[in-house]
Structures are given as structure tokens and as C-alpha cells.
Ligand binder design. Structure first.
Ligand code: FAD
Length: 638
């Protein structure tokens, strides 16, 4: 039997980003014993990197804002494919979650009269993003960690042990979820990154909050941890993934120098007045307002500029169209030969605002460009282009509780699916983490408290998980063993080239062939050395997750014969109302236990509640819905 360190908890939260920490707080406040496990250092997660802000209809910058308008914007941004109940809960609860953070010690930027300041972002009708300069995510994580420390101090006062009810397991990677004989979650298995020692968490409930999948693409804003682990863990445990074909390419990543290609340039630059220009100095976004948004955006530069100071009487600038639209527009400009020397477009804030104002509002961006590209953004334009940023697809959950279809399994944050439909609006992730992190923590707590008897982990499953983890040290065919870095480069290149921002059936089919070949090669991956901090081994284990998730993306992308949000098919360029009500659901279907086969099947969406549908004009809905779906709409003319 493998040497395994063992722990027993009520709830194990995998991931210490915003969603994970908010779930921890909630489950601990319900009196449960919680472990939080994270692959990197505690406090280092994508949430920390979030710059622009957290969307919540507080109405501080514009009193006309409300949860209903936020809900409408979110559904529009997602091209009406969103799980409408999640979008409703999110819009209703986000303001309370932001306020609650201030009770934990957060301090958001203020309006002159002392209310939480809110900034403009793409797709949001009103200034809505609560922010702390361009370091909002850092403040979010800092205050949730502070809250956890204060809970641990309470626990110490009560029991003499800081870790009595919440313990952090940092730099510890979970590789497998374990179930009992009844198919319920019984625990999670992983390893300490430094020592390579195995660790088992026995727990009846697991909240997966592992974030994104961006490391399967070559140009990405995502950092090394984002290999789709939670998506793959849940899939292998029997849960379903939805919307996996929808991957967001953020329009503005750095394009130069090559070593930093893909690093994000926050949308806050455009929200605060920055504009996109091509090599002919033209503000090209006016030529890319799609029919579904016609009439909602300014059609002249003069109106767009007036909008920054007078939003009542002017329409917003098309520089702030939803991200999918802007990313495609940039792609087209570069393809048409109007790109910058390094293959992007220009993002100009220097000519639009005094230097000291730029440094005050966007300190991180100023620092990032100075340090990484030797560009002073107060004096010259930035060069930017699309970068793989966010996955809308994820684990299918119950909106109220975050429960996945496997008893005891919960998910929240970027690794869950449904909330953002086919495209996420900027700022809606931080609010999503808070709203659904809390709900998943609560859902897990209720589940555990309602359990008759605790599930037990089978020793054979622990042995099998250890064997799978050790396989790269002992490849089946040593003579033809594969290098994990070579395999990763191959996977990233084919996803970038063949399942990227613009897709075609023949290219996706080629990608699936490459992934099929990689599947066999990953089984024979080999690493050198020992289990003590061995990055090659870590990557070898992450690879099977990246492969599974990439297959889900590619298979779903091939099936969806339309273009919508973060899925653009060159061979099916229009949006098809019949596809709007269809979700593509990925599940495993036999094959190898370690890298099982993936199937994708269509499933019908639950129709939107009539009172929510009535929030939209009939004319707008008619652009997205089939005629029969709108038969009962009150705005329908006889
Ligand atoms: P994350 O914050 O990504 O955390 C995931 C956690 O899971 C980490 O702790 C990681 O170590 C852990 N983990 C992963 N796999 C494992 C494993 N196998 N075992 C153990 N632990 C594991 N959104 C906004 O709303 N506004 C913004 O301004 C904004 N700006 C952004 C800027 C950048 C550069 C990036 C990359 C994203 C930005 N986003 C923004 C998106 C947003 O930050 C993320 O979607 C969000 O933070 C995801 O939060 P999460 O809690 O789901 O996961």
C-alpha cells in the first residue's frame, strides 16, 4: 500500500481563489470543519490578477442601474444562452456580496460623496464595476484571507488550535476525486508539490473551485496552474460539463515582446477612455457594430467621446462592445493588413488623458508596460491583440446550491458552467465568485449536515490513484517514452491554430486527430528524477486533464454549427435560434480510467421564466429566439 498522509474533514474545497475562499467562509460559518487545498501558494490565484473590478448593480454611479438591467446585460453578453436562473441570482445578490466584503475589511475606491465608486466596462449599460484601482482581485483575496484568519483566531480562542475548523493545504495538487460504493463523494487524493508525498482527504463533500483551462492554448493570459484540473476531476467522477465550446479570447493581451505575449491589458483601459486604433490611425470599432447591437452604441467618434462625461444623452463607445465582438474585430483588422508592427492593434490612452491621471487610475498597467515592454503608456500607445482568457464552459451545477450531479460534489467560479452563457462580461467573474462561492459553501454544508452516514474511501481506490500518479516514473514502453514538455507544446499549438478564436469544421477535425494521437502518447509519458519538487512530473499529471478538457472543447465546437459568443465558426458565421436553446453536454463514456473517452450530446435548455423574459423587448428577443418560443411574450404584436 502506498505511503499516504491522511486527513478527515467535513468539506474539502479545492482552490483558493475567490470562489474557493468564499465557499470556505460559508461552510466554516455553518460550523463545519473545512480543508482548503491549492496547487500554488495561498493567495496566488487568478482572482488576484483581476484588475478591472467586480460588477454589481449598486447604482452608485448611475441611479438608473438595477439588478434587472444587470441581468439583461448579462443575458445579452452571453447571447441568451446563459442559465437564466444563475444570471438572475447573480444580478440580485452581487451588491450584497460587495457590501459584505467591506464588512470583512475591503476598501473599494470611493465617489467624491463617499460611496463605492463604479467604472464602465464592456457590455454593461451603466458604470457598474466596484474597483480598487486596477488591483481589485488582490483586495478581494486579501480580505477573504483576512476573514479566514479571523475565523481561525476565533477557533483558537475556543479550542486552542488555529486549524481546528479551517486548515490551508498550500502547494498541494489534487489529482483524483474518490467515491464510495454508493457513488457518493468520499474524498480527494493528491500530492504535496514540494515533497511529492501523497495525501488523502476523507470528506463527504468536495467543492471544486479550480478556475480555468487557458494553459491548453499557446497565447493566454492564464498562469501555469490553469490546466482544467477541476473540470477533468469532475468529469472523471461522473459529472457533466456544459458550454465547453465557449472560450473567451480577451481582445487586449500584450503582443510584444514574445516572452510576455498574452499577458492581459485590462478592459479598464478602455472603460476609462482608451481607444482602439489600426495602423492607419482609424478608430475601427465603429465599423464592427454587429446587427444585434445596432442602435445601442455610438456611431460617431464625437458621440462616443461625449458618452464618457454624459451617459444620459449619448450612446456608449463601440470600443466597449462585449469581448467576443472586439476580439473578432481586432482579428479582422490584423488579417486585413492594418495591424501594428508586432501583429496587434494600438490601444491609445496617452493622447486622451493627462499622464498623472493615467498613472493614478491604471498603476499596474503603467508598471506592466514599463517593466515588460519598455513602453510608457502615458506617452505612447500600447500594442494589443486577442489572448485566451476565460472559459464559459464548466461543471453543470444546480444554481441554488452549486451541486453537481454526483452526490457530495459542488462547484463554483470559473470551473462551473452556465452563468455566462456563450460569453462573459468583464467584471462578472468576480461577482460570480462571491455569489456562487457562498452558495456552494452553503450547499455543501447543508448536504453534509443532512447526511445519514459518512461515505468511506475504499483502500483499492487510494492505491489506484497512487499508481496512476506514479505512472510517469515507469512508462509502459521506455524506448519510445514521451517528454511532457514536448507533448504540452504540441497540444497548445494545435488548440491555438485549430480550435482558436475562429474555427472551421475541417480544422477542428484535424485538432481531434492530433488530440487522439496525443492521448496515446500521454499514456507513455516519462519523467526523470524523484518525486521531490519535480515540475516535469507535475506537468505530466496535468497533461491528462488538459487533454480531456481540450477534447471536450473541440468535440463541442465541431457539433455547434453556428457562431455565438466565444465560439466563431467561419463555415457557419450566423447565430441560429435553434442552437440557442441547445446545450452541449460532455460526459465520460468508458475507455481508459485515467483518460476516459468523452461524448458530447445535445440537451434542451429550461425556458426562461416569463417575468424575466418580459424584461426584454419583443424586437430584441426576436433576434435570438425562435418564433414559437416567443408565442406568449406580452410585447408580441397580433
Ligand atoms: P482562481 O482564482 O483561478 O483560483 C483557482 C484555484 O484553484 C487556485 O488556488 C489554484 O491553485 C487552485 N487549483 C487549480 N487546480 C488545482 C488542483 N488540481 N489542486 C489544488 N488546487 C488547484 N474577472 C473579473 O470579474 N474582473 C476582472 O477585472 C478580471 N481580470 C482578470 C485578469 C486576469 C489577468 C485574469 C487571468 C483573469 C481576470 N478575470 C477578471 C477573471 C477572473 O479573475 C477569474 O475568472 C476568477 O478569478 C476565477 O476565480 P476562481 O475562484 O474560479 O479561480
Amino acid at each position: 500500500m502506498a505511503d499516504v498522509e491522511r486527513h478527515s474533514y467535513d468539506v474539502v474545497v479545492i482552490g483558493a481563489g475567490g470562489a474557493g475562499l468564499r465557499a470556505v467562509i460559508e461552510a466554516r460559518q455553518r460550523g463545519l470543519r473545512v480543508a482548503v487545498v491549492c496547487k500554488s501558494l495561498f493567495g496566488k490565484a487568478h482572482t488576484v490578477m483581476a484588475e478591472g473590478g467586480c460588477a454589481a448593480a449598486m447604482g452608485n454611479a448611475n441611479p438608473h442601474d438595477s439588478w434587472q438591467v444587470h441581468f439583461q446585460d448579462t443575458m445579452r453578453g452571453g447571447k441568451f444562452l446563459n442559465n437564466w436562473r444563475m444570471a438572475e441570482l447573480h444580478a440580485r445578490e452581487a451588491p450584497d456580496r460587495v457590501w459584505e466584503l467591506e464588512t470583512y475589511g475591503a476598501l473599494f475606491d470611493r465617489t467624491p460623496d463617499g460611496r463605492i465608486s463604479q467604472r464602465n466596462f464592456g457590455g454593461h449599460t451603466y458604470p457598474r464595476l466596484a474597483h480598487v484601482g486596477d488591483r481589485t482581485g488582490l483586495e478581494l483575496i486579501r480580505t477573504m484571507q483576512q476573514k479566514i484568519v479571523s475565523l481561525q483566531q476565533e477557533d483558537h480562542a475556543a479550542t486552542g488550535d488555529y486549524d481546528a475548523r479551517v486548515r490551508v493545504f498550500a502547494e498541494c495538487t489534487v489529482t483524483e476525486l474518490l467515491k464510495d460504493a454508493e457513488g457518493r463523494i468520499a474524498g480527494a487524493f493528491g500530492y504535496w508539490r514540494e515533497s511529492g508525498r501523497f495525501v488523502l482527504f476523507e470528506a463527504p463533500a468536495v467543492v471544486v473551485a479550480t478556475g480555468g483551462i487557458g494553459k491548453s492554448w499557446k497565447v493566454t493570459s492564464n498562469s501555469w496552474e490553469y490546466t482544467g484540473d477541476g473540470h477533468a476531476l469532475a468529469l472523471r467522477a461522473g459529472a457533466a460539463l456544459i458550454n465547453m465550446e465557449f472560450v473567451q479570447f480577451h481582445p487586449t493581451g500584450m503582443v510584444w515582446p514574445p516572452s510576455v505575449k498574452g499577458i492581459l491589458v485590462t478592459e479598464g483601459v478602455r472603460g476609462d477612455g482608451g481607444v482602439l486604433k489600426n495602423s492607419e490611425n482609424e478608430r475601427f470599432m465603429f465599423s464592427y457594430i454587429p446587427p444585434v447591437f445596432k442602435g445601442q452604441y455610438a456611431e460617431t467618434e464625437e458621440e462616443a467621446d461625449r458618452w464618457y462625461t454624459d451617459q444620459e444623452n449619448n450612446r456608449r463607445t463601440p470600443d466597449l462592445l462585449p469581448r467576443d465582438e472586439v476580439a473578432r474585430a481586432i482579428n479582422s483588422e490584423v488579417k486585413a493588413g492594418r495591424g501594428t508592427p508586432h501583429g496587434g492593434v494600438f490601444l491609445d490612452i496617452a493622447s486622451r488623458m493627462p499622464a498623472e491621471e493615467i498613472v493614478r487610475r491604471l498603476p499596474s498597467m503603467h508598471h506592466q508596460f514599463k517593466e515588460l515592454a519598455d513602453v510608457d503608456i502615458t506617452a505612447e500607445a500600447m500594442e494589443v491583440g486577442p489572448t485566451c482568457h476565460y472559459v464559459m464552459g464548466g461543471i453543470e451545477v444546480d444554481p441554488e446550491t452549486g451541486a453537481a450531479s454526483v452526490p457530495g460534489l459542488f462547484a463554483a467560479g470559473e470551473c462551473s458552467g452556465g452563468m455566462h452563457g456563450s460569453n462573459r462580461l468583464g467584471g462578472n467573474s468576480l461577482s460570480d465568485l462571491l455569489v456562487f462561492g457562498r452558495r456552494a459553501g452553503l450547499g455543501a454544508a447543508d448536504y453534509v449536515q443532512g447526511l445519514g452516514h459518512r461515505p468511506r474511501v475504499a483502500e483499492a481506490d487510494v492505491t489506484a490513484a497512487a499508481r496512476t500518479a506514479l505512472a510517469p516514473f515507469d512508462p509502459a514502453e521506455p524506448a519510445t517514452a514521451e517528454n511532457p514538455y514536448t507533448l504540452h507544446t504540441g497540444l497548445q499549438q494545435s488548440m491555438q491554430d485549430l480550435v482558436g478564436i475562429i474555427r472551421r469544421a475541417d480544422e477542428i477535425a484535424r485538432a481531434l486527430d492530433v488530440l487522439g494521437a496525443l492521448r496515446a502518447r500521454i499514456r507513455n509519458v516519462a519523467v526523470e528524477g524523484h518525486r521531490q519538487f519535480n515540475p516535469g512530473w507535475h506537468l505530466a499529471l496535468d497533461l491528462r486533464n488538459m487533454l480531456l478538457v481540450s477534447e471536450c472543447v473541440a468535440r463541442a465546437a465541431l457539433l455547434r454549427t453556428e457562431s455565438r459568443g466565444g465560439h466563431t465558426r467561419d463555415d457557419h458565421p450566423s447565430m441560429d435560434p435553434n442552437w440557442r436553446r441547445t446545450l452541449l453536454v460532455c460526459r465520460t463514456d468508458g475507455g481508459d480510467e485515467s483518460i476516459p473517452d468523452v461524448t458530447v450530446a445535445p440537451e434542451q435548455q429550461v425556458p426562461m421564466r416569463p417575468d424575466l423574459l418580459a424584461l426584454f423587448d419583443f424586437e430584441e428577443l426576436a433576434k435570438y429566439y425562435t418564433d414559437d418560443e416567443l408565442a406568449e411574450h406580452p410585447g408580441r404584436r397580433p
